[in-house]
Design a protein around this ligand. Structure first.
Ligand code: T46
Length: 304
């Protein structure tokens, strides 16, 4: 997946979500009367707009999955907005789009502050922002709040340049750990963990996955008994986990971050960058009988 300039070919799928009640029911704006011409005009005007950035979130096959925006760019601040098609929900597109545009806001557009609001009745959105550790903002300027003067019951969020907005404690209830890491002056850092001392099981096997082209997905299975610590010592890999706690994703791009999967969990790994390496410390020897590769059976097992 990637974020890119909006293109005229995106208009049809943009119109699709605008008329999809399941997507728009809790949004502030009424899109019901929008036409394909409106979408095309919006896309064309996005190409030369200095105060607003609107980009497409696109799939690996370059299909439009939603729009992510930085609006009202002024005085080092911008308002974040995102809408994804129903088709894209629960597949990591929202988080990918959000994380990518916030990084762009701070690194490419040199902004200091990104804020947004959502109706408290939009439970899906509130859960999404809370789950990703964004905190409620109480210091939104009145000039910004005035834009929503006629909308009640809003929850405001904001993120400042330098905030560790990507830090998480869990992903689908699986623990995200900081692997002990010792930096050395001008010569990198060394990370380590010890069986049973730093991770909650004895390590019987280590394996790693390398030389994977960008955009390739692996995994698509759960383990019945096996416990594992997954980490990415080089590159960027999206890890998507699903279990009785729901379906969540996390980007592994920091050698000192690991995820412990010690419950019945479906996993998928998406290589966001060529040659990224996924390392795994496992609690047992390889046993093909421990794999559940049938997703329908997995879903039945977790009772969803
Ligand atoms: C997991 C994710 C994160 C072995 O013979 N020994 C081993 O220790 C492993 C891990 C695999 N294999 C064989 C089994 C297959 O013939 O290697 C082949 C590729 O394995 P698989 O298709 O399962 O690879 P991934 O990337 O889908 O999944 C792997 C692990 O298998 C799995 O336990 O949790 O990485």
């Amino acid at each position: 997946m990637n974020i890119r300039k909006l293109e005229l070919k995106d208009a049809q799928l943009m119109l699709e979500w605008m008329h999809d009640e399941s997507v728009v029911e809790k949004l502030h704006t009424d899109f019901s009367s929008k036409t394909i011409e409106d979408c095309e005009r919006f896309i064309e005007s996005s190409w030369n707009d200095m105060n607003n950035v609107h980009l497409a979130i696109a799939s690996d096959t370059d299909e439009y999955m939603g729009t992510v925006s930085l609006k009202h760019i002024e005085n080092g601040s911008a308002e974040f907005a995102i809408t994804v098609r129903a088709e894209a929900m629960g597949k990591g597109y929202s988080w990918f789009g959000m994380e990518s545009i916030i990084e762009k806001a701070f690194n490419e557009y040199a902004l200091e502050h990104v804020y947004w609001c959502v109706s408290r009745l939009n439970e899906r959105a509130v859960r999404f922002y809370d789950k990703h550790n964004f905190h409620e903002a109480v210091d939104i300027p009145n000039s910004v709040k005035e834009r929503y003067a006629d909308v009640g019951n809003l929850k405001w969020y904001s993120v400042l340049k330098g905030d560790d907005f990507n830090s998480r404690d869990t992903v689908a209830g699986c623990k995200v750990i900081r692997i002990k890491t010792i930096p050395a002056v001008n010569s990198g850092e060394l990370s380590f963990f010890e069986s049973k001392n730093d991770i909650p099981f004895e390590i019987k096997r280590i394996y790693y996955i390398s030389k994977v082209p960008e955009g390739v997905r692996r995994g698509f299975h759960a383990h019945k008994e096996l416990k594992q610590l997954l980490f990415c010592p080089y590159g960027r890999i999206q890890l998507i986990l699903e279990n009785k706690n729901g379906r969540e994703e996390i980007e592994l791009s920091d050698p000192s971050i690991g995820v412990i999967i010690d419950q019945f969990t479906w996993r998928e790994m998406l290589w966001l960058q060529k040659d990224s390496v996924l390392c795994v410390a496992a609690s047992d020897y390889y046993n093909k009988e421990d794999y559940v590769r049938d997703y329908d059976y997995f879903v039945k097992c977790i009772g969803r």
